[in-house]
Design a protein around this ligand. Sequence first.
Ligand SMILES: NC(=O)c1ccc[n+]([C@@H]2O[C@H](COP(=O)([O-])OP(=O)(O)OC[C@H]3O[C@@H](n4cnc5c(N)ncnc54)[C@H](OP(=O)(O)O)[C@@H]3O)[C@@H](O)[C@H]2O)c1
Length: 279
Amino acid sequence: MAAVQQVTLSNGVEIPQVGLGVWEVPADQVQQNVETALELGYRHIDTAAAYGNEEGVGAALRATGLNRKDIFITTKLRNGDQGYDQAFVAFDDSLKHLGLDYVDLYLIHWPSPKRNLYVQSWAALEKIYEDGGARAIGVANFLPEYLNVLLDGSDIAPVINQFELHPTFQQAEVERVSKNEGLAVEAYSPLGRGVDLKEPEVLDVASRYDATPAQVVLAWHMAHGRIVIPKSVNRARMEENINSVDVHLSGDDVALIDSLERGNLQVFDPREAEFSQIR
Ligand SMILES: NC(=O)c1ccc[n+]([C@@H]2O[C@H](COP(=O)([O-])OP(=O)(O)OC[C@H]3O[C@@H](n4cnc5c(N)ncnc54)[C@H](OP(=O)(O)O)[C@@H]3O)[C@@H](O)[C@H]2O)c1
């Protein structure tokens, strides 16, 4: 099985560097998807209340009989549940849906600047953390302008910033500020939703390492010390993705992939992502 490294977060909690993302995995397929992942050696699953599939993730954990403490589970507070009181209700719902009594990581899913509730939401996450409901708390999609407000208005610093990051959309300033503030960087859509796998430079590096394009892109992230959560519903591709831990790129090849930045956003701009995420 692939030897996935652990990344130590600023509060001492360890997170497996490669996880499985389950955004857009239908609720009736996610249990099988997660069971396959756990069989292949994944020990880190990234879900969210907004994905509507927390139940299936929890069912898979129970079905495998693996020890709970050996699996790292992330879920997220959706925009429509932001605010101090509402965040506790939403967190309890997530635990209920997952069938767990704690999660490993709880994130604010988007800053949602027009709601302007993220500082209050964060205060709830701090309490959830202090009460043992989450082993670690963090944020997603926090550009420096939001991160700085949060850091100024909080007692406990977030341990992770999860944001869109792939070869053609690197958000170097978000990564720099996050790392400077002691947050681990977790790349979502790490494969650029599949789009970046067709870049000629990625194909060139892959052919030279006897690796696949996805493995090259994931190895590039790991060379930068990032946590990655590629999504796949295909067993062979899931296996390929976790085996990227065995691909080690030269400094020149890391620099070659670094050169692919061209502002190629694939998901949503955090300044504008105001949808409630409640179906
Ligand atoms: N916090 C947030 O706001 C946020 C936003 C977006 C995503 N995320 C998280 O990040 C996770 C991953 O991001 P993502 O799903 O947007 O995109 P991604 O992981 O970059 O790419 C997934 C796409 O690539 C394909 N793929 C996966 N492995 C492949 C391989 N080895 N070779 C070729 N194609 C491959 C998948 O197809 P198949 O499934 O058919 O293999 C799917 O179409 C999400 O599932 C979610 O957990 C978080």
